[in-house]
Design a protein around this ligand. Structure first.
Ligand SMILES: Cc1ncc(COP(=O)(O)O)c(C=O)c1O
Length: 420
């Protein structure tokens, strides 16, 4: 199935197996909820992007937008495949440096970076600072001047492109909080060229996330290319936002088709360096979250709930923007669907529903539910709501399971409390 990791199959025990590991055994060994990531799928996605785009435009760099999932174990895998990183905070820079990623391959984003973060980035030798406003340009010049560095920047423009995705994950429309508005681009570019401690490398845009269409990207590249010619810059960074199949019914273009269409606009101009920033589409399908089913509540004629031991705190996307997910029972993945249920979490919010109306085989207390396509924006957006510790994360590969993020303990939860 397209929304499961590449290595997923049903094993001899008739359990869901990923990366050569039995998901039911993994749930027993490490407890639930549990984030599981398939290393082979992550590596495959990185290579899919590199191969598809470089085939048509050799001068392409792919950087992983680590806001999707930022943990040292993941960054090591992605950067070992040759990707750079899009980082969006001091914390993400710190994580990347602790994972020994090459600072030169980091692009630092954000619409309100603090001077402390700018200094940290410049001292670490981060490859690019992505300028979001005129004011930020002045901040960068000042901070760089004080520590005697030259900042290499790209200017993020607001492309004014409408992509058909959820309101909260649209970023390229004129009213968006991100990017330099069209009427200010000229002034910002000119200032970037004039500032003493700044070196202008190129232009950037990002049109939104979970985009299932090629056309908005083509329009975006056309605009960025036109502006690059006008301002005589060579780096064209088109952001991320490539869609993933959360549901098997989600239709999305193949990476190969995206590559052909996007690079087609560049017409073999080797001077142009194309940069892509996929986040979700590198990591989403590599992940599943395992939950134990604790309580089943049937409201006759209305709804049958199955309650899992996690929910909105480990996956806030359904409650944030009505994101939809698919799931399987890991202990009987091939059993035919027998009933329609609603998967709800354990948290104190009525909206804590992970999946409304999903058809599953007859569900029993103790079954292990595997929610699919949870690699992106689950762990990275997780909270400790209700003082519940965040789940552990396991990287599976060729039959071995490696703990890459520990489960939070009660002590972790009060770590920052000043106990009076
Ligand atoms: C500037 C930028 N680049 C890349 C991304 C990654 O988007 P996605 O994870 O949808 O590929 C984002 C997401 O918010 C972003 O803001």
């Amino acid at each position: 199935m397209r929304n499961l990791p590449d290595t997923a199959k049903t094993n001899k025990q008739t359990h869901l197996e990923i990366g050569g590991c039995d998901m039911v055994s993994l749930a027993k060994e490490f407890g639930t909820p549990l984030y599981v990531l398939d290393e082979a799928t992550i590596r495959n996605r990185c290579q899919n992007y590199l191969k598809a785009f470089k085939k048509y435009h050799e001068n392409t760099e792919v950087i992983y937008a680590c806001k999707a999932l930022c943990a040292t174990g993941v960054l090591k895998v992605v950067t070992a495949e040759g990707l750079g990183l899009d980082v969006a905070s001091g914390g993400e820079i710190y994580t990347a440096l602790r994972a020994k990623c090459n600072a030169k391959k980091l692009y630092f984003h954000g619409n309100n970076k603090s001077n402390a973060e700018l200094k940290m980035a410049l001292e670490a030798g981060v490859g690019r600072l992505v300028v979001d406003t005129y004011q930020e340009l002045e901040n960068i010049d000042e901070v760089a001047g004080k520590i005697k560095k030259t900042a290499s920047v790209i200017v993020r423009i607001n492309p004014g492109i409408e992509a058909h995705t959820h309101e909260y994950i649209k970023t390229g429309t004129t009213a968006s909080k991100f990017g330099v508005p069209q009427n200010e681009i000229e002034a910002v570019v000119k200032a970037a060229k004039d500032k003493k401690n700044i070196n202008l490398a190129g232009l950037h845009a990002h049109i939104g996330s979970q985009i299932l269409d090629v056309k908005p990207f083509v329009d975006e590249v056309k605009l960025l290319l036109k502006l690059s010619k006008k301002y005589n810059t060579n780096e064209v960074c088109i952001g991320g936002g490539f869609g993933v199949p959360y549901l098997t019914s989600d239709e999305l273009p193949a990476i190969e088709d995206l590559a052909r269409a996007i690079t087609g606009v560049l017409k073999n101009d080797r001077e142009i360096k194309l940069v892509l920033e996929p986040g979700r589409s590198i990591i989403s399908t590599a992940g599943v979250t395992l939950y134990s089913i604790g309580v089943i509540k049937d409201i006759p004629g209305i709804r049958k709930y199955i309650f899992v031991d996690g929910g909105m705190a480990d996956n806030p996307r359904p409650i944030l923007y009505q994101a939809r997910y698919d799931a399987k029972l890991a202990n009987k993945p091939d059993k035919a669907a027998a009933e329609k249920v609603t998967v709800a979490g354990r948290f104190c919010e009525s909206g804590d529903v992970l999946i409304k109306d999903i058809k599953l085989p007859k569900v029993a207390v103790g079954d292990i539910l595997a929610v699919m396509c949870t690699g992106a924006y689950n762990y990275s957006m997780a909270s400790n709501y209700n003082r519940v510790g965040r789940p552990a994360m396991i990287l599976v590969n060729k039959g071995s399971a490696t703990l890459i993020v520990k489960r939070e303990t009660y002590d972790d939860l009060i770590r920052n409390d000043v106990i009076l």
